[in-house]
Design a protein around this ligand. Structure first.
Ligand SMILES: Nc1nc(=O)c2c([nH]1)NC[C@@H]1CN(c3ccc(C(=O)N[C@@H](CCC(=O)O)C(=O)O)cc3)CN21
Ligand SMILES: CC(C)C(=O)C(=O)O
Ligand SMILES: [Mg+2]
Length: 267
Protein backbone atom coordinates (compact mmCIF):
# COMPACT_ATOMS: atom_id res chain seq x y z
CA UNK A 1 0.00 0.00 0.00
CA UNK A 2 2.66 2.50 1.04
CA UNK A 3 4.75 2.51 -2.14
CA UNK A 4 1.84 2.11 -4.54
CA UNK A 5 0.63 4.60 -7.12
CA UNK A 6 -2.41 6.57 -6.01
CA UNK A 7 -5.02 8.71 -7.75
CA UNK A 8 -3.06 11.69 -6.43
CA UNK A 9 0.07 10.56 -8.33
CA UNK A 10 -1.98 10.15 -11.50
CA UNK A 11 -3.47 13.65 -11.26
CA UNK A 12 0.01 15.06 -10.63
CA UNK A 13 1.19 13.44 -13.88
CA UNK A 14 -1.77 14.90 -15.78
CA UNK A 15 -1.11 18.36 -14.34
CA UNK A 16 2.59 18.18 -15.24
CA UNK A 17 1.86 16.91 -18.74
CA UNK A 18 3.52 13.53 -18.15
CA UNK A 19 1.78 10.72 -20.02
CA UNK A 20 0.08 8.00 -17.95
CA UNK A 21 0.68 4.41 -19.06
CA UNK A 22 -1.81 1.55 -18.73
CA UNK A 23 -1.74 -2.08 -19.82
CA UNK A 24 -4.68 -4.47 -19.84
CA UNK A 25 -3.71 -7.97 -18.71
CA UNK A 26 -5.04 -11.03 -16.94
CA UNK A 27 -2.33 -13.04 -15.18
CA UNK A 28 0.42 -12.90 -12.53
CA UNK A 29 3.45 -13.15 -14.87
CA UNK A 30 2.46 -10.40 -17.30
CA UNK A 31 1.26 -8.11 -14.50
CA UNK A 32 4.64 -8.53 -12.79
CA UNK A 33 6.43 -7.52 -16.01
CA UNK A 34 4.25 -4.40 -16.32
CA UNK A 35 4.87 -3.48 -12.69
CA UNK A 36 8.63 -4.04 -12.95
CA UNK A 37 9.03 -1.62 -15.87
CA UNK A 38 6.94 1.05 -14.17
CA UNK A 39 3.63 0.93 -16.03
CA UNK A 40 1.37 3.24 -13.97
CA UNK A 41 -1.91 1.33 -14.18
CA UNK A 42 -2.75 -2.31 -14.78
CA UNK A 43 -6.27 -2.99 -16.01
CA UNK A 44 -7.83 -6.42 -15.73
CA UNK A 45 -9.88 -5.93 -18.87
CA UNK A 46 -12.93 -7.91 -19.86
CA UNK A 47 -11.05 -8.26 -23.18
CA UNK A 48 -9.88 -11.41 -21.40
CA UNK A 49 -13.06 -12.96 -22.83
CA UNK A 50 -11.53 -12.64 -26.30
CA UNK A 51 -7.81 -12.87 -25.54
CA UNK A 52 -7.67 -15.41 -22.70
CA UNK A 53 -10.90 -17.36 -23.24
CA UNK A 54 -11.20 -17.17 -27.03
CA UNK A 55 -14.78 -15.88 -27.23
CA UNK A 56 -15.82 -13.61 -30.10
CA UNK A 57 -16.79 -10.75 -27.82
CA UNK A 58 -16.43 -9.64 -24.20
CA UNK A 59 -20.08 -10.38 -23.37
CA UNK A 60 -19.74 -13.92 -21.92
CA UNK A 61 -17.28 -12.93 -19.17
CA UNK A 62 -18.61 -13.44 -15.64
CA UNK A 63 -17.98 -11.47 -12.46
CA UNK A 64 -16.41 -14.55 -10.83
CA UNK A 65 -13.97 -14.83 -13.75
CA UNK A 66 -13.02 -11.14 -13.44
CA UNK A 67 -12.40 -11.63 -9.72
CA UNK A 68 -10.33 -14.79 -10.32
CA UNK A 69 -8.05 -13.02 -12.83
CA UNK A 70 -7.78 -9.88 -10.73
CA UNK A 71 -6.56 -11.85 -7.72
CA UNK A 72 -3.83 -13.41 -9.89
CA UNK A 73 -2.82 -10.01 -11.35
CA UNK A 74 -2.81 -8.39 -7.90
CA UNK A 75 -0.16 -10.86 -6.69
CA UNK A 76 2.16 -9.69 -9.51
CA UNK A 77 1.85 -6.01 -8.61
CA UNK A 78 3.81 -4.02 -6.05
CA UNK A 79 3.33 -0.50 -7.32
CA UNK A 80 0.89 -0.18 -10.22
CA UNK A 81 -2.65 1.18 -9.77
CA UNK A 82 -5.05 -1.73 -10.31
CA UNK A 83 -8.32 -1.26 -12.21
CA UNK A 84 -10.96 -3.93 -12.89
CA UNK A 85 -13.49 -3.99 -15.74
CA UNK A 86 -16.97 -4.74 -14.49
CA UNK A 87 -18.27 -7.35 -16.96
CA UNK A 88 -21.43 -7.14 -19.07
CA UNK A 89 -24.63 -7.36 -17.00
CA UNK A 90 -22.88 -7.00 -13.63
CA UNK A 91 -23.87 -3.31 -13.31
CA UNK A 92 -26.81 -2.74 -15.68
CA UNK A 93 -29.75 -4.47 -13.98
CA UNK A 94 -30.22 -2.25 -10.95
CA UNK A 95 -28.36 0.30 -8.90
CA UNK A 96 -28.46 -2.05 -5.93
CA UNK A 97 -27.03 -5.05 -7.78
CA UNK A 98 -24.37 -2.87 -9.42
CA UNK A 99 -23.20 -1.45 -6.10
CA UNK A 100 -23.13 -4.91 -4.51
CA UNK A 101 -21.08 -6.31 -7.42
CA UNK A 102 -18.61 -3.42 -7.45
CA UNK A 103 -18.27 -3.73 -3.68
CA UNK A 104 -17.59 -7.45 -4.06
CA UNK A 105 -14.77 -6.75 -6.53
CA UNK A 106 -13.18 -4.21 -4.18
CA UNK A 107 -13.52 -6.50 -1.13
CA UNK A 108 -12.28 -9.69 -2.77
CA UNK A 109 -9.49 -8.52 -5.10
CA UNK A 110 -7.58 -5.59 -3.61
CA UNK A 111 -8.22 -3.53 -6.75
CA UNK A 112 -7.99 0.27 -6.58
CA UNK A 113 -10.90 1.12 -8.90
CA UNK A 114 -13.64 -0.32 -11.09
CA UNK A 115 -14.25 0.54 -14.75
CA UNK A 116 -17.73 0.79 -16.28
CA UNK A 117 -18.68 1.12 -19.97
CA UNK A 118 -21.30 3.72 -20.75
CA UNK A 119 -22.39 7.32 -20.60
CA UNK A 120 -24.98 9.50 -18.92
CA UNK A 121 -27.05 6.50 -17.84
CA UNK A 122 -24.21 5.61 -15.43
CA UNK A 123 -24.01 9.02 -13.76
CA UNK A 124 -26.10 8.05 -10.75
CA UNK A 125 -24.27 4.76 -10.20
CA UNK A 126 -20.92 6.52 -10.54
CA UNK A 127 -21.96 9.15 -8.00
CA UNK A 128 -23.11 6.48 -5.53
CA UNK A 129 -19.93 4.38 -5.92
CA UNK A 130 -17.64 7.38 -5.47
CA UNK A 131 -19.51 8.33 -2.32
CA UNK A 132 -19.16 4.81 -0.96
CA UNK A 133 -15.41 5.13 -1.55
CA UNK A 134 -15.08 3.12 -4.75
CA UNK A 135 -13.09 5.05 -7.38
CA UNK A 136 -14.72 4.85 -10.82
CA UNK A 137 -13.12 4.81 -14.27
CA UNK A 138 -15.47 5.50 -17.20
CA UNK A 139 -15.23 4.10 -20.73
CA UNK A 140 -16.72 5.99 -23.71
CA UNK A 141 -16.64 5.95 -27.50
CA UNK A 142 -16.58 2.40 -28.80
CA UNK A 143 -17.77 0.33 -25.85
CA UNK A 144 -17.22 -3.37 -26.68
CA UNK A 145 -20.02 -4.62 -24.38
CA UNK A 146 -22.42 -2.79 -26.76
CA UNK A 147 -20.89 -4.28 -29.94
CA UNK A 148 -24.26 -5.62 -31.08
CA UNK A 149 -26.07 -2.30 -30.59
CA UNK A 150 -23.21 -0.35 -32.18
CA UNK A 151 -23.24 -2.62 -35.24
CA UNK A 152 -19.73 -4.06 -35.04
CA UNK A 153 -16.23 -2.81 -34.28
CA UNK A 154 -16.02 0.77 -35.51
CA UNK A 155 -14.95 4.31 -34.76
CA UNK A 156 -17.53 6.21 -32.70
CA UNK A 157 -17.79 9.97 -33.15
CA UNK A 158 -17.35 10.51 -36.86
CA UNK A 159 -20.81 12.10 -37.05
CA UNK A 160 -21.53 15.37 -35.28
CA UNK A 161 -24.43 13.78 -33.36
CA UNK A 162 -22.21 11.01 -31.94
CA UNK A 163 -19.53 13.53 -31.01
CA UNK A 164 -22.05 15.56 -29.04
CA UNK A 165 -23.20 12.44 -27.23
CA UNK A 166 -19.64 11.45 -26.26
CA UNK A 167 -18.96 14.99 -25.00
CA UNK A 168 -22.19 15.05 -22.99
CA UNK A 169 -21.43 11.62 -21.54
CA UNK A 170 -17.91 12.68 -20.61
CA UNK A 171 -19.23 15.73 -18.75
CA UNK A 172 -21.89 13.65 -16.98
CA UNK A 173 -19.36 11.03 -15.78
CA UNK A 174 -16.82 13.67 -14.80
CA UNK A 175 -19.48 15.58 -12.81
CA UNK A 176 -20.58 12.34 -11.16
CA UNK A 177 -17.02 11.84 -9.93
CA UNK A 178 -15.30 9.45 -12.37
CA UNK A 179 -11.62 10.32 -11.86
CA UNK A 180 -10.49 8.74 -15.14
CA UNK A 181 -12.26 8.03 -18.43
CA UNK A 182 -11.09 5.71 -21.23
CA UNK A 183 -11.81 6.95 -24.76
CA UNK A 184 -11.87 4.03 -27.20
CA UNK A 185 -11.89 4.29 -31.01
CA UNK A 186 -12.81 7.96 -31.33
CA UNK A 187 -11.33 10.54 -33.72
CA UNK A 188 -8.14 12.19 -32.36
CA UNK A 189 -9.72 15.62 -32.75
CA UNK A 190 -12.59 14.65 -30.42
CA UNK A 191 -10.22 13.14 -27.84
CA UNK A 192 -8.10 16.29 -27.97
CA UNK A 193 -11.09 18.60 -27.50
CA UNK A 194 -12.36 16.51 -24.57
CA UNK A 195 -8.93 16.25 -22.94
CA UNK A 196 -8.30 19.99 -23.20
CA UNK A 197 -11.54 20.73 -21.35
CA UNK A 198 -11.26 17.82 -18.88
CA UNK A 199 -10.79 17.69 -15.16
CA UNK A 200 -10.79 13.87 -15.20
CA UNK A 201 -7.84 11.93 -16.62
CA UNK A 202 -8.35 10.76 -20.22
CA UNK A 203 -6.85 7.46 -21.35
CA UNK A 204 -6.90 6.68 -25.04
CA UNK A 205 -7.05 3.49 -27.08
CA UNK A 206 -7.55 4.28 -30.73
CA UNK A 207 -8.08 7.89 -29.63
CA UNK A 208 -4.92 9.55 -30.94
CA UNK A 209 -1.97 11.20 -29.20
CA UNK A 210 -3.70 13.94 -27.22
CA UNK A 211 -5.09 12.01 -24.23
CA UNK A 212 -3.49 12.17 -20.78
CA UNK A 213 -2.47 8.55 -21.13
CA UNK A 214 -2.67 5.41 -23.22
CA UNK A 215 -3.83 1.82 -22.77
CA UNK A 216 -3.14 -1.29 -24.85
CA UNK A 217 -3.81 -4.97 -24.26
CA UNK A 218 -0.61 -6.79 -23.20
CA UNK A 219 -1.08 -9.61 -25.71
CA UNK A 220 -1.58 -7.07 -28.53
CA UNK A 221 1.53 -5.03 -27.78
CA UNK A 222 3.76 -8.11 -27.49
CA UNK A 223 2.35 -9.51 -30.73
CA UNK A 224 0.63 -12.59 -29.33
CA UNK A 225 -2.79 -11.71 -30.76
CA UNK A 226 -2.82 -12.50 -34.46
CA UNK A 227 -6.51 -13.02 -35.21
CA UNK A 228 -7.41 -9.35 -34.78
CA UNK A 229 -5.24 -6.29 -35.49
CA UNK A 230 -7.15 -3.07 -34.87
CA UNK A 231 -5.50 -0.02 -36.47
CA UNK A 232 -4.64 1.36 -33.01
CA UNK A 233 -2.47 -1.63 -32.03
CA UNK A 234 1.30 -1.37 -32.28
CA UNK A 235 3.22 -4.63 -31.86
CA UNK A 236 6.50 -3.94 -30.06
CA UNK A 237 7.63 -7.53 -30.59
CA UNK A 238 6.36 -10.35 -32.78
CA UNK A 239 5.58 -12.56 -29.79
CA UNK A 240 3.59 -15.21 -31.64
CA UNK A 241 6.38 -15.71 -34.18
CA UNK A 242 9.02 -15.96 -31.44
CA UNK A 243 6.93 -18.41 -29.38
CA UNK A 244 6.07 -20.58 -32.39
CA UNK A 245 9.74 -20.78 -33.29
CA UNK A 246 10.63 -21.82 -29.71
CA UNK A 247 7.89 -24.46 -29.72
CA UNK A 248 9.06 -25.87 -33.07
CA UNK A 249 12.63 -26.15 -31.78
CA UNK A 250 11.45 -27.82 -28.57
CA UNK A 251 9.32 -30.28 -30.54
CA UNK A 252 12.17 -31.11 -32.90
CA UNK A 253 14.73 -31.55 -30.11
CA UNK A 254 12.46 -33.89 -28.15
CA UNK A 255 11.65 -35.89 -31.28
CA UNK A 256 15.36 -36.14 -32.20
CA UNK A 257 16.44 -37.04 -28.67
CA UNK A 258 18.46 -33.84 -28.19
CA UNK A 259 16.38 -32.54 -25.30
CA UNK A 260 16.61 -33.36 -22.44
CA UNK A 261 20.38 -33.86 -22.36
CA UNK A 262 22.67 -34.51 -19.37
CA UNK A 263 22.53 -30.79 -18.60
CA UNK A 264 18.79 -30.91 -17.91
CA UNK A 265 18.92 -34.24 -16.08
CA UNK A 266 19.52 -35.24 -12.41
CA UNK A 267 22.64 -37.30 -11.62
N1 LIG B 1 -6.96 -8.18 -28.16
C1 LIG B 1 -7.86 -7.22 -27.95
N2 LIG B 1 -7.47 -5.94 -28.00
C2 LIG B 1 -8.37 -4.94 -27.79
O1 LIG B 1 -7.97 -3.76 -27.84
C3 LIG B 1 -9.70 -5.29 -27.48
C4 LIG B 1 -10.05 -6.65 -27.40
N3 LIG B 1 -9.13 -7.59 -27.66
N4 LIG B 1 -11.29 -7.05 -27.04
C5 LIG B 1 -12.18 -6.07 -26.47
C6 LIG B 1 -12.08 -4.84 -27.22
C7 LIG B 1 -12.51 -5.04 -28.65
N5 LIG B 1 -11.65 -4.16 -29.35
C8 LIG B 1 -11.55 -4.09 -30.72
C9 LIG B 1 -11.63 -5.23 -31.51
C10 LIG B 1 -11.53 -5.15 -32.88
C11 LIG B 1 -11.35 -3.94 -33.49
C12 LIG B 1 -11.24 -3.89 -34.99
O2 LIG B 1 -11.14 -4.91 -35.63
N6 LIG B 1 -11.22 -2.71 -35.59
C13 LIG B 1 -11.04 -2.56 -37.02
C14 LIG B 1 -12.22 -1.89 -37.64
C15 LIG B 1 -12.36 -0.41 -37.43
C16 LIG B 1 -13.42 0.21 -38.34
O3 LIG B 1 -13.96 -0.47 -39.19
O4 LIG B 1 -13.68 1.40 -38.17
C17 LIG B 1 -9.75 -1.79 -37.31
O5 LIG B 1 -9.21 -1.99 -38.40
O6 LIG B 1 -9.25 -1.05 -36.45
C18 LIG B 1 -11.28 -2.80 -32.72
C19 LIG B 1 -11.37 -2.88 -31.35
C20 LIG B 1 -10.82 -3.43 -28.44
N7 LIG B 1 -10.70 -4.32 -27.31
C1 LIG C 1 -8.80 -2.14 -23.86
C2 LIG C 1 -9.28 -1.76 -22.51
C3 LIG C 1 -9.66 -0.31 -22.42
C4 LIG C 1 -10.40 -2.64 -22.01
O1 LIG C 1 -11.48 -2.22 -21.70
C5 LIG C 1 -10.14 -4.08 -21.91
O2 LIG C 1 -8.99 -4.54 -22.01
O3 LIG C 1 -11.12 -4.80 -21.69
MG1 LIG D 1 -12.92 -3.73 -21.35
Amino acid sequence: MSEGITIRHLFKKKKEGQKITMVSTYDYISAKLCDEVGIDCVLVGDSLGMVFQGYESTLPVSLDEMIYHTKAVKRGIKRAFLIVDMPFMSYQVSLEEAIRNCGRVMKETGANAVKLEGGEELAELTYRLVNIGIPVVGHLGFTPQSVHALGGYRVVGKKEEEQERVKRSFKALEDAGAFMIVLESVPSSLAREITQASKSITIGIGAGPYCDGQVLVFHDLVGLVEDIKPKFVKRYVEGAKIFRDALRRYKEEVERGIFPSEEESYG
